[in-house]
Design a protein around this ligand. Structure first.
Ligand code: IDC
Length: 487
């Protein structure tokens, strides 16, 4: 494997995500979607901006008759203003005209009912707030909120944007596990948010290839991961090639589902990782992905602990190719499991394009047309250092990032364990509340493995002597107290 290829580096600013498809044509008056159209609305539109980017939060109150679906319309005051990733609505922009359409869960607004939506955007010339809005084609007669003061530069830690409108506040947690506290997750601005709409960071471990290291995944090992390591997250790395899924689709699907259940039983989140690697174009596995995700999404739709990672490390493929794959696979997942977070791999071994000489701008400028998604960034600390960190620090202001895999070692999975670089990386992720999973919770004979060879056969997961240098460090790091706000 070539050196350069494995390295994420990346840079950009961005935003991506939900953006609606561009619609040709001029000004759009939002279409009527309900016979009993609202006769008025109140909108509070507030932004937080920095050079080139902004986050907009929009609170909508229906002052008219009850409606079962809505379209909010407005016109940007400057041609350089663009909607990027949005949440809690489907956004469409044509020229300066923008519409935001309700989703299934927040379309119902009684008289006086309100909901909140928002998006990340970019701007070039000026960034004025829209002056007027329409709801279902009818001009809002209520107050349009005053723009909030803008800030000169982005805050170093990412802002927490309020997000999905939830009509009722969930009750207090019934348990103390990460899953019990946080419940169903969603993407809010550039963050991952819990059921209380608060930004959180999940920290945990990735399995090695489950076709090779199933012996490391059992009740005893996962008890240790949940209770001793206090991990929030298990990433289930299901290779597609290399004796993986393609050789036994039903068997691997069942194995993944079993690990989802085992994680759930211990209050941990589970990432279902469709571990494409070679070949690097995920479209090579498009039919397999559709079959696999249709199955696991249907089977796990009612669980709150599942996150879908649709392509591990795209390589040798353009961003357009990855985006096309994502826009085919995500609807398959949504059809069965509409509210789960989906993570999209990025170009150049999930380096945000950097390892291919590009950067995050290709995503920011051409985001995946879907809501509630995040983008993957991977690093190997002994190989990827300050230049990559600078890119992640920048990209994190505008793209929702999830480090679904990283190593404390070189990109080969072996070699030097670089704890200094690992620590610097994890500090950066902590500051930005970027969730992560470390490669690997296994006893593979390579320095990235958390356990020494022979640990899984012996079942000695809780023995400190079983831990590798990397495992010792990661366990100490992951078991520190979580910060999961509930109010
Ligand atoms: C490596 C494993 C190694 C295995 C190899 C090929 O550590 O035992 O032989 O894959 O399957 C990645 C990949 C991940 C790699 C890891 C280390 O997502 O599958 O695992 N890595 O090379 N990207 C960057 C590094």
């Amino acid at each position: 494997m070539s050196l350069l290829k494995r390295l994420p580096r990346g840079r950009t600013l961005g935003v991506a995500g939900a953006v609606g498809a561009l619609v040709a044509g001029g000004l759009i008056l939002a279409p009527m979607v309900n016979a009993s159209a609202a006769s008025g609305c109140r909108v509070a539109y507030t932004t937080n901006q920095w050079p080139g980017g902004f986050t907009a939060n929009i609170a909508i109150t229906n002052l008219g008759d009850p409606i079962s679906a809505w379209t909010l319309g407005w016109t940007f005051g400057d041609a350089g203003q663009k909607v990027g990733q949005g949440w809690s609505a489907t956004y469409t922009q044509s020229g300066t005209a923008v519409t935001a359409k309700s989703l299934d869960y927040n379309g119902n607004l009684g008289t006086g009912g309100s909901t909140s939506i928002g998006f990340n955007g970019t701007w070039t010339g000026a960034n004025p707030n829209p002056a007027t809005f329409t709801l279902n084609g009818v001009a809002c007669t209520g107050t349009v909120g005053t723009p909030s003061p803008t800030t000169a530069s982005p805050s170093p830690s990412r802002s927490v944007s309020p997000s999905p409108s939830r009509s009722t506040t969930p009750p207090p947690p019934q348990g103390t596990t990460p899953l019990a506290i946080n419940g169903q997750l969603h993407v809010c601005g550039v963050n991952l948010c819990n059921q209380y709409n608060k930004a959180i960071q999940l920290r945990g471990m990735s399995t090695h290839g489950i076709q090779w290291f199933a012996s490391c995944l059992n009740n005893a090992s996962l008890d240790v991961l949940a209770n001793d390591w206090k991990a929030d997250l298990l990433r289930i790395a299901m290779y597609v090639q290399e004796q993986g899924y393609e050789t036994n689709p039903s068997g691997f699907t069942a194995q993944v589902n079993n690990y989802v259940d085992m994680a759930e039983a211990r209050g941990m989140y589970a990432i279902i990782d469709f571990h494409t690697l070679t070949p690097g174009d995920p479209n090579y596995n498009l039919d397999r992905a559709k079959t696999f995700f249709a199955s696991v999404a249907q089977r796990n739709a009612n669980k709150k602990n599942v996150i879908y990672e649709i392509a591990n490390e795209p390589n040798g493929v353009s961003w357009q190719g990855i985006k096309s794959y994502a826009e085919t696979v995500i609807p398959v997942i949504r059809a069965a499991d509409p509210d789960a977070v989906v993570i999209v791999g990025t170009r150049g071994w999930s380096s945000l394009g950097v390892s291919d000489g590009s950067n995050e701008s290709e995503i920011v400028n051409n985001p995946v047309n879907a809501t509630n998604i995040m983008y993957t960034f991977h690093f190997y600390a002994a190989s990827h250092k300050d230049d990559y960190r600078a890119v992640v620090a920048r990209a994190a202001r505008s793209l929702p990032l999830f480090v679904t895999e990283f190593g404390s070692v070189t990109y080969t999975g072996g070699g030097t364990v670089d704890l200094a670089s690992t620590g610097t990386w994890l500090d950066l992720l902590d500051q930005n509340k970027i969730s992560y999973a470390n490669w690997t919770y296994s006893d593979a004979n390579e320095s990235s493995a958390a356990f020494k060879s022979g640990t899984c056969a012996a079942g000695s997961y809780a023995n400190a002597n079983s831990l590798s240098e990397s495992g010792t460090y990661l366990r100490n790091r992951i078991r520190t107290a979580d910060n999961f706000p509930t109010s």
